[in-house]
Design a protein around this ligand. Sequence first.
Ligand SMILES: [Zn+2]
Length: 656
Amino acid sequence: MTAMTRMCWCSSNAVLILAREGEVTVPDTMPVAGVQRSAGLDGQVDLVLRNARIHTGDPARPAASALAVRDGIIVRVGTEHDVAVLVGPGTRVIDALGRRVIPGLNDSHLHVIRGGLNYVLELRWDGVPSLGEAMRMLAEQARRTPAGQWVRVVGGWTGEQFAERRLPTVAELNAVAPETPVFVLHLYQSALLNRAALAAVGYTKDTPDPPGGQIVRGHDGTPTGLLLAAPAAGLLYSTLARGPVLDPDEQVGSTRQFLRELNRFGLTSAIDAAGGFQSFPENYAAVTALAGDGLLTVRIAYHLFPQTAGQELADLERFTQMVKPGDGDGWLRVNGAGENLAWSPADFENFAEPRPELPAAAPAELEAAVRLLLDHGWGFRLHATYGETIKADLDVFTRVAADGGFPRGVRWFFDHAETVTEESLDRIGELGGALSVQNRMMFQGPAFVARYGPERAATAPPITKMLERGLLVAAGTDATRVASYNPWLSLEWLVRGRSIGGMPLGAAGNCLDRATALRMYTHNGARLSGEEDVKGVLKEGYYADMAVLSEDYFTCPEEDISHIESVLTMVGGKVVYATAEHEGVAADPPPITPAWSPVAHHGGFHATPKPSGYRQALGLAEVAEAGDEHRAWRASRADVPPRPGPPPPIDPCFAP
Ligand SMILES: [Zn+2]
């Protein structure tokens, strides 16, 4: 006896219609026409995603075409038939239209909490293809910005991404924003302030240079508006910190908008790296409020970072009295200390400057911090760019290991590790450590090449050497002040090894296959926060965190990876972002406040159409236009004679 079962899917809140030929009784526990019935779930799942090309990340079942979700958890992954039987009258059925579906991305090094507090105040040049376009945005935003507020461009871009291949000048900032303070941060290297911003922060010829920073001056000692990290970025950040901040309610709204912007790229988790000027608990109020109201749309595991040089141990002691790792829940939880444990051992990755020598006190201060943390059962992450720093840190850990044990069962990992040596990688393995790498070279690669040469850049960081040793390596961006938060830039860099302006950096042997890169961005990140049993793969019993992609990550041309976005992002079974054919499926975001916010007018990451050919054409057009403008400006200063008459026509046939 055979049962002919036909299924009919409707597009939303569907009822599964089972049309059977003849009188067939279907026992609940028997597979029928490929449909495995499962007692207790029939007709009771909340959501089904079907007609999808699912990359599960689960080696036991790498591919699937449908999955079902109940109470935010995946309850089945399989074929259409496997999942169809679970659909009931209350089930939302989403047709992925054959698109690629991946586990939600997890940025293992993102300053997401700090970034959220300021997001709506920032004009993002991330992804903007030309300086001409960037300056038009800035001019518009300066006109819209009310008195007392600033226009700030803080990271996510470099001059290399522009068709013009250069930074703006202070004169250009003054021309488009004569009254409004403008602060433009470029990587870890420099900041540009227009005249109004210099006045707002009060830098004059009497202001001394702080240690590690330079206020560039004209012949009479007056600051020009250029600030340099020499080599540390402290001056850049302390200047930025003089700008107005949002009030607490606006910080909550700003954080919510930032998380939604991350959802736009399929990000569903992040491990926060704290950062300078990010104090606990006060600067965590916004994210805690959102968690309390059930409004987080990115799961966050966070680290705590002592802020005041000389008082690090007191800060760490205070943290251990207030919270402990694992506190919180699947949305917001404590994951340990870092990425700084003390100020002195922190190196700065300004590749435009020589590698900084760490102060003599650094090892002892790190050792005291690590001993305190281990005594309290705290794990940590540790910022370290250079091989020399990592070797010195490992010497500290080895001393602690010989005398009391290390790591005593806690999770610990290095961040960045651009020039870590193979010997140190072996030692990291022996000491039970892991690594978190980011696409900082995509932004800083040209400066690195200029100082250290292409050969060293080819393995910075040596990712395949890490993976060959079986080390746990997770991926991320280190956004928002140097790299962009867009995870697809980082995934493209892992696969392709090129800078944002297309400079080949990575050796072929240091570039990864796409599945490995994605695993580093999903399950490996979950392992760094001890959540590998609940997230990072699409599998029964795991969080329903996933993204339906605009483009198939596994088959698109490599140079198009950075153009991928999500068309539907789900976190805990809830659709938090939806566009294209799914527009309207997610609830509308609240309006952006303040109303003059650059994000309200320019959005976040600036998407450009693929393929890259379009970007080039646009860039050339911009350069041509800028050329005329530049000539006119020089003519106004009598540097060059004005071009006589109207500009020459392209083709004499069209001349008047
Ligand atoms: Zn760092």
